[in-house]
Design a protein around this ligand. Structure first.
Ligand code: FES
Length: 256
């Protein structure tokens, strides 16, 4: 049977949706694999929407907005660019980033809309169905996607991403400009740490465990696990379960 990808398309109201409309009224041919969700601006697409789409078995996600400089809300598409970068980085850590794309289509570009949809559909067809549909690995993939969802939901990470332009061009409160490579490294580490924290929460969801046990299970050094436990305790997500022979065990106390 030929694989027909299910693609979710978030189209901004003012440019890309109008571009899709123009493709329709101009009778330009393009694949029918994209299910369109109209949003007021590409900047409205919350990264969590994308993680949720993949968790629910969508094969690919396309986000289309106005060209840079043309956003109806001035900077919405610049915000979208930053958010999608965070999504892409997070998804690349679980080999999923190939299934998401951000692009620009104006209201006058019906042909461009059709071309982007055609190219992306072909690209997803080449990648094959989402691994979420593979029963043998479904649980592992969904766990990974939930870890990404946890990471990209974090308000601290989002605040960091939203300040990228300011920190790398104008500088922090002390006037220090952070080089782009350094910022990228900080961002990568922040994402990795959130993914590890989610993994820890999953391991202690139903049963309290010691730092050493958690470290063995997730293959992370014990002192790093302890640092994450301290952070998760400060966020009110973890507490001490028991203390056996002076060794504490920790348990998740909130749904992450
Ligand atoms: S209104 Fe189109 S990207 Fe903001």
């Amino acid at each position: 049977m030929v694989f027909e990808p299910k693609i979710l398309g978030f189209l901004c109201n003012w440019c890309s949706y109008a571009g899709a409309d123009l493709a329709g009224v101009s009778r330009i041919q393009y694949p029918t694999n994209v299910r369109v969700i109209r949003v007021m601006c590409s900047g409205r697409v919350d990264p969590v929407f994308i993680a949720e789409a993949f968790i629910n078995g969508i094969d690919g996600v396309l986000v289309l907005g106005c060209h840079l400089g043309d956003c109806h809300y001035i900077s919405g598409n610049y915000e979208a660019e930053l958010k999608m970068k965070m999504v892409s980085k997070s998804l690349s850590m679980i080999n999923f980033s190939d299934r998401v794309r951000l692009d620009w289509v104006s209201a006058a570009e019906g042909n461009r809309f059709a071309q982007i949809v055609t190219d992306f559909t072909e690209h997803i067809r080449t990648l094959g169905p989402s691994p979420v549909k593979n029963k043998k690995i479904k649980k592992r993939i969904i766990d990974n996607l939930n870890a990404v969802k946890f990471a990209i939901s974090d308000s601290r990470l989002r605040a960091l991403v939203s300040r990228q332009r300011e920190l790398t061009t104008e500088g922090n409160v002390y006037g220090e400009i952070i080089p782009t490579e350094e910022f990228e490294e900080i961002l990568n580490n922040a994402i990795k740490n959130e993914i590890i924290r989610h993994e820890i929460l999953e391991k202690i969801k139903n049963k309290g465990k010691s730092v050493l046990d958690i470290a063995k299970e997730i293959e992370v050094e014990p002192h790093k696990v302890l640092q994450h436990i301290v952070t998760l305790r400060a966020r009110g997500l973890v507490d001490v379960d028991q203390i056996n022979e002076e060794i504490p065990t920790f348990i998740s106390i909130k749904e992450a």
